[in-house]
Design a protein around this ligand. Sequence first.
Ligand code: NI
Length: 158
Amino acid sequence: MAVRKIVTKESSILHVVCRPVEHFDAKLHQLLDDMAETLYKANGVGLAAPQIGIRRRIAVIDVGEGLIELINPVILKSSGKQRDVEGCLSCPDEWGYVVRPNKCTVRAQNRDGEFYEISLEGLGCRCACHEIDHLDGKLFLELVDEFVEMKEEEDTQN
Ligand code: NI
């Protein structure tokens, strides 16, 4: 396992649509392991592959309920609304309120290529929406309705 370098918002890879994963092989497993290690090292709650320079539709999230590996994720349905402060490991020192759905159901593949569905709510839902946006080249900054100053890094960086 290895900690990968997290790129920042100026990096062009954060502004393009990522490609689907097609090969569920040892290289993918290594990448997923590295993404988890990178996420935990950075004290984040979510990390998308483009944030470490990989243009593939892969994200890992852990909002304190265990690691979830999302490969080729799609939001099947969402409901409700939540407005809370969000940050991003690729946008250090920028924080702001973003409105997201409160619940969502995501369909994704696991590291062996098997499809599964997961229902998420609250921070888990927020985080999944944020990471899936990354896979489409979108940063949370464009969704912020009010930027805020934060003194310390919080545990909500995605
Ligand atoms: Ni992010």
